[in-house]
Design a protein around this ligand. Structure first.
Ligand SMILES: NC(=O)c1ccc[n+]([C@@H]2O[C@H](COP(=O)([O-])OP(=O)(O)OC[C@H]3O[C@@H](n4cnc5c(N)ncnc54)[C@H](OP(=O)(O)O)[C@@H]3O)[C@@H](O)[C@H]2O)c1
Length: 302
């Protein structure tokens, strides 16, 4: 039988435990370490080997996966550990700047480092539904690709160790804006006695058109052209004004639609009213203090 690569997992929080489980399920010998040792007990019962300290854990396998709370925890755990010859895959989330600085810090201590971000919640970690984005040396990704596939699909995004975090945060940007706007809409319709559960399938109708809409926006953003034949900013700002007015009238915080309304108004005030919505990217790229030019939110029809 094929001998699977030995892997160490440092950090057995919710995600580290899911990673270790997926590796055990794929037949890898797995060594584990966690600051609070009791969190390793269930994994050890299922065949993982406990290491007494981070140094022994790293020494036990050619590949070490690090999944801790944050960048500070990574440094706290690995400070003073001899990493010469070790290969580390750091799946601790952070900013691109964190990822670059931590990769450099680990490299300075002798390790080869791949940075990654896990794009699924713990129940989806695994070869079927998992997705992990990686950046850093392609050689490290390619050498361990088969092992990493036990955690999910692997996308390698380039040599810059900050790139995976950059994409992660971009995806989270879209995710949280979507969640917040749904909650805002639920609060507005709720004030008129509509349960969120009744409204949600209409929200889903909007979500269904977003993929094609995003692709169109992406083309415009990259081309730097913002055709407004199908819809234009004056019309968009009118609709946004109606959302703000409806929120205000119901005593719901209008800050979310107000922000988008203000961005659209700014672009209009700079002479882009006939452009499509993608023109707003220029306003986002050039943040300005809240400008007085923003339309009064209850003006509605502006
Ligand atoms: N959970 C998810 O759904 C999910 C999804 C995608 C990405 N992630 C990312 O995965 C990483 C781990 O998340 P998690 O859900 O496993 O978090 P968690 O359940 O809160 O676990 C945190 C882990 O970090 C350890 N830790 C924290 N501070 C430490 C320190 N100063 N020294 C040593 N160990 C320290 C904890 O050890 P103790 O057990 O001793 O406290 C524990 O192992 C995070 O970067 C998170 O953003 C998580």
């Amino acid at each position: 039988m094929e001998q699977k690569e030995a892997v160490t997992v440092l950090g057995l929080g919710a995600m580290g435990t899911a990673l270790a489980r997926a590796l055990l399920a794929a037949g890898h010998p797995v060594t584990v370490w966690n600051r609070t040792p009791a969190r390793a007990d269930a994994l050890v019962a299922d065949g993982a080997r406990p290491a007494p300290d981070p140094a022994s854990a790293v020494a036990a396998s050619a590949l070490t996966i690090v999944c801790l709370l944050d960048d500070d925890a990574v440094r706290a755990v690995l400070d003073g550990v001899d990493l010469a010859g070790a290969t580390l895959v750091n799946l601790t989330s952070g900013t691109p700047e964190h990822a670059r600085a931590t990769a450099a810090w680990l490299s300075d201590r002798g390790a080869e480092v791949l940075a990654g971000t896990i794009m699924v919640p713990t129940p989806l970690v695994g070869p079927e539904e998992g997705l992990v984005l990686y950046s850093g040396p392609a050689t490290v990704h390619d050498r361990h690709r088969t092992t990493l596939a036990a955690l999910g699909r692997t996308d390698h995004l380039g040599d810059d160790p900050g790139r995976a975090a950059l994409f992660d945060l971009g995806m989270l940007d879209v995710f949280f804006a979507g969640l917040a706007s749904f909650l805002h809409a639920a609060a507005v319709v709720g004030r008129d006695g509509v349960p969120a559960a009744e409204f949600v399938r209409y929200a889903e109708e909007v979500v269904a058109i977003l993929p094609a809409t995003f692709r169109g926006l992406a083309e415009d953003v990259d081309a730097g052209t913002h055709p407004g034949e199908e819809d234009n900013l004056v019309m968009d700002a009118t609709a946004l004004g109606h959302i703000v007015a409806t929120s205000r009238a119901r005593g719901v915080d209008p800050a979310l639609p107000e922000l988008v309304h203000r961005l659209a108004r700014r672009a209009i005030d700079r002479g882009h009213g006939a452009d499509g919505f993608s023109r707003v990217v220029d306003e986002i790229r050039s943040p300005r203090p809240r400008d007085a030019a923003a339309a009064p939110a209850d003006a509605g029809a502006r």
